[in-house]
Ligand binder design. Structure first.
Ligand SMILES: Nc1ncnc2c1ncn2[C@@H]1O[C@H](COP(=O)(O)OP(=O)(O)OP(=O)(O)O)[C@@H](O)[C@H]1O
Ligand SMILES: [Mg+2]
Length: 342
C-alpha cells in the first residue's frame, strides 16, 4: 500500500514556506544567514518549539549541512548562487520542507507529489529560450531524500514535481473558485497583481485570467530595497546602519521620532514607485487596471500601503505572505486553507 501526499513549497528569499494539507510551516530560506522572521512570529504559524526547528544551511568550508540548529555551524551564506538552478539548493529545500511534516514518517510507503514555485518570469523566459528552470528544478527535486525527523533520518521518495509561477498562483487564489472556474467578477476585467516579497516583486497584468506576457516581470524591488532606501536616509552620524538593522527597527517598532519620519517618507516614495509602475503598465498595454491584487510580506512593513493604494485603485485586494502557497494548494487540489495551522 502506498499513501499519497501533496507537499507545496514556496522558496521565498526572505522566508521559505511549505504546506501539506491544512498545515503550513516556514523555514530558513537558505539564502540569508538567519531567518529574518523572529522566533515569536515563526511560532505563530508553526506552533513549534525551538527544538523542532530543523535548519538547513551552508556550513563551514562550503559544506551543506542538515540538522538541528545547535548541531550546525553557520559560517557562510548561500547568497550569490542562482537559487533555481542550483541542484544542491533544490535538494536542501525539499529536505527542509519534508522534515516539517512528521506524518510522512508514520505513513505507509508515502509517495509525494511536490508543487514548487519559481518566479513566473523565469518560466516565461523558458519559452523564449531563457534558462530552463522548470526542467532543472524537476530533476533536482525528484527522487529519494534522507529527511531528518528529530534524531532519526528517514528515506522519503518524491515521485512527481510540478512547477508553478510565483505571483500567478497568488492571483489564482483570488480569482478561481474551488472548481477552478474563474469567478464572474474576474471575467472581462483587468487585474495587476503585485507580489511584494523580500527580494523581488513578481507582477503581471491579467486580462481575465490571461497574463499579458510583456508585463510578466520579476524585479529586485522587494522589501530589501525598501530597507536599503531607509538605511541611506537615516542619520548615520553614529555609523552606517545596515538594511537588516532597519528591518529589525521597523518590525520591533522601536524608533526615534526622526527615524519614524524617515520611514514614513520612504514608505510614501516606495508606494509611489508601485503606483508609477502601475501607470506605466497601463500605458504599455493601453488598457486600464480595474483591480490591483497585492500580497507578500511587504504589507507588514510598509507604512500606510493599503490606504494609499486603495485611494488610487479602490478595487484593491490584499493577501499576505502565504497567498502564493494557498493558490498553489488550490491549483493542486491540496489543503483546506480555511485553517492556517494545526
Ligand atoms: N509576519 C511578518 N511580520 C513582519 N514582517 C514580515 C512578516 N512576514 C514577512 N515580513 C516581511 O516580508 C519579508 C518577506 O516577505 P515574503 O515572505 O513575501 O518574501 P519572500 O517570498 O520570502 O521573498 P521573495 O518572494 O522575494 O523571494 C520579510 O523579509 C519581512 O521583511
Ligand atoms: Mg515570495
Amino acid at each position: 500500500m502506498t499513501e499519497k501526499f501533496v507537499v507545496r513549497i514556496d522558496p521565498g528569499s526572505g522566508l521559505a514556506k511549505t504546506g501539506m494539507g491544512n498545515l503550513v510551516r516556514t523555514f530558513s530560506s537558505l539564502y540569508e544567514r538567519h531567518d529574518p522572521v523572529t522566533f515569536d512570529e515563526f511560532s505563530r504559524f508553526n506552533g513549534a518549539t525551538k527544538s523542532d526547528i530543523i535548519t538547513v544551511d551552508l556550513g563551514p568550508a562550503g559544506v551543506y549541512q542538515v540538522g538541528l540548529p545547535e548541531a550546525v555551524g553557520f559560517n557562510e551564506r548561500v547568497i550569490g548562487i542562482n537559487r533555481y538552478k542550483d541542484p544542491v539548493w533544490a535538494k536542501l529545500m525539499v529536505t527542509a520542507a519534508l522534515s516539517k511534516f512528521p506524518a510522512l514518517v508514520r505513513a505507509d510507503n508515502p509517495t509525494i507529489t511536490l508543487g514548487v514555485l519559481t518566479p513566473y518570469a523565469l518560466l516565461k523566459d523558458r519559452r523564449t529560450g531563457g534558462m530552463d528552470v522548470s526542467k532543472t528544478l524537476t530533476s533536482s527535486m525528484r527522487g529519494l531524500f534522507n529527511v531528518p525527523f528529530g534524531k532519526k533520518i528517514v528515506p522519503i521518495r518524491v515521485s512527481t514535481v510540478k512547477v508553478f509561477g510565483e505571483g500567478l498562483t497568488g492571483f489564482a487564489y483570488f480569482a478561481y473558485d474551488k472548481d477552478m472556474q474563474l469567478k464572474p467578477q474576474y471575467q472581462n476585467t483587468n487585474t495587476l497583481y503585485l507580489d511584494i516579497g523580500r527580494g523581488t516583486i513578481n507582477t503581471a497584468f491579467m486580462c481575465g485570467n490571461r497574463p499579458h506576457m510583456d508585463t510578466v516581470r520579476s524585479e529586485q524591488w522587494g522589501t530589501n530595497l525598501f530597507y536599503r532606501m531607509i538605511a541611506r536616509n537615516l542619520d548615520q552620524s553614529a555609523g552606517a546602519i545596515s538594511p537588516d538593522r532597519v528591518e529589525l527597527m521597523i518590525r520591533s517598532g522601536t524608533m526615534t521620532k526622526q527615524q519614524k519620519v524617515v520611514v514614513a517618507d520612504q514608505s510614501a516614495i516606495y508606494i509611489n514607485t508601485m503606483l508609477s509602475y502601475a501607470r506605466a503598465v497601463e500605458s504599455q498595454v493601453d488598457l486600464p487596471i480595474d483591480r490591483l491584487i497585492v500580497f507578500g510580506g511587504a504589507l507588514y512593513v510598509v507604512d500606510a500601503i493599503t490606504e494609499t493604494l486603495t485611494n488610487t485603485y479602490p478595487e484593491t485586494l490584499f493577501g499576505d505572505e502565504f497567498t502564493n502557497l494557498r493558490g498553489l494548494g488550490l491549483l493542486l487540489g491540496d489543503g483546506d486553507e480555511s485553517e492556517q495551522d494545526s
